[in-house]
Design a protein around this ligand. Structure first.
Ligand code: NAD
Length: 302
């Protein structure tokens, strides 16, 4: 059996596979090269760089499994894989805690103005009164999407003394109550949360879920964080809301276009941004690699 690892994954995953297969690691392979070479492989492992397009899938002659060492399968043409009966797997559970921790990090950076204070001190200033923050204790966190990551965020936010509201049409009030959160409708959440955080997938239903109308419902000093996918927040409307102080601030790990080169959002002080790194910890990447390696092994061993 032959496996091609087309994006960088943790060593431990590669070692797992070497026990059962002939492993080729080529993390700089281009689309054209992949289309030529894929016919020799039984499995391909990718992260985000490599796109497993219809052209790649159609050129495959014995491919049995496409594995994405991460959450989501946005870079795999699912329809083409299904037509050819090729299994597609990922490792959605591997990054939940890591993304939840990053979410808490962005929340803390926002409410305590950490990144602008850091910049100010490094530029030689000592502006103590400019950086008055707020506590999380006693505040309300609105979680939009109570899946794996949203649940981990709720556990951490409760440890900070926050009340938790949840909007997730697929979670019942009873299920919420069991883990100590209140399931409400979106409007109630927007009107009553001090901080909001998004943990839904990007779907036609969630595209621009948070736009002008939703910003206008929020509390004047509300903060919003998005570590899910760009496009769930309407960025033009977010810019207006931040610039006109309709809300207090935003923390973004994801953007409608990545990188967000000329986005006016980057000119604002009340926004904290990171380059889609919410899932980037050694632990999460190790777990993702091991999980997908085991999935590939299972297929090889029948
Ligand atoms: P999940 O599938 O476990 O949870 C998603 C939740 O969203 C589910 O509970 C679902 O019921 C809910 N949901 C679906 N549609 C909804 C809607 N219209 N309104 C409200 N809730 C809705 O997924 P997860 O593992 O928690 O991940 C959440 C998202 O985080 C992923 O879809 C992915 O886009 C993103 N993510 C980002 C990074 C990153 O690097 N920034 C890393 C991992 C995941």
């Amino acid at each position: 059996m032959k496996v091609i690892i087309a994006d960088q994954i943790n060593e431990k995953g590669i070692k797992e596979l070497e026990d059962v297969a002939d492993v080729v690691v080529n993390t700089s392979i281009t689309q054209e090269e992949l289309i030529k070479e894929i016919k020799d492989f039984d499995a391909i492992i990718v992260r985000s760089r490599t796109k497993v397009t219809r052209a790649v899938i159609e050129a495959a002659e014995k491919l049995k499994i496409i594995a994405r060492a991460g959450v989501g399968v946005d870079n795999v043409d699912m329809a083409a894989a299904t037509e050819k009966g090729i299994m597609v797997v990922n490792a959605p559970e591997s990054t939940s805690i890591t993304v939840a921790e990053h979410t808490m990090g962005l929340i803390m950076a926002l409410i305590r103005k950490i990144s602008i204070a850091d910049k100010s001190v490094k530029e030689g200033r000592w502006e103590k009164s400019k950086f008055m923050g707020i506590e999380l204790n006693g505040k309300t966190l609105g979680i939009i999407g109570l899946g794996r990551i949203g649940t981990q965020v709720s556990i951490r936010a409760k440890a900070f003394g926050m009340e938790i509201l949840v909007y997730d049409p697929y979670v019942t009030e009873e299920a919420g109550a069991e883990i100590g959160v209140r399931v409400v409708d979106l409007e109630y959440l927007l009107k009553n949360s001090d901080v909001m955080t998004i943990h839904v997938p990007l779907t036609p239903e969630t595209k621009h879920l948070i736009s002008k109308k939703e910003f206008e419902m929020m509390k004047e000093n509300a903060f919003i964080v998005n570590c899910a996918r760009g496009g769930i927040i309407n960025e033009d409307d977010l810019y207006e809301a931040l610039k006109n102080n309709i809300i207090g601030g935003a923390g973004l790990d994801v953007f409608e276009t990545e990188p967000p080169k000329d986005s006016p959002l980057l000119t604002l002080d009340n926004i904290v941004v990171t380059p889609h790194i919410a899932a980037s910890t050694k632990e999460a990447q190790r777990d993702a690699a091991i999980i997908v390696a085991n999935e590939v092994k299972k297929v090889f061993m029948g």
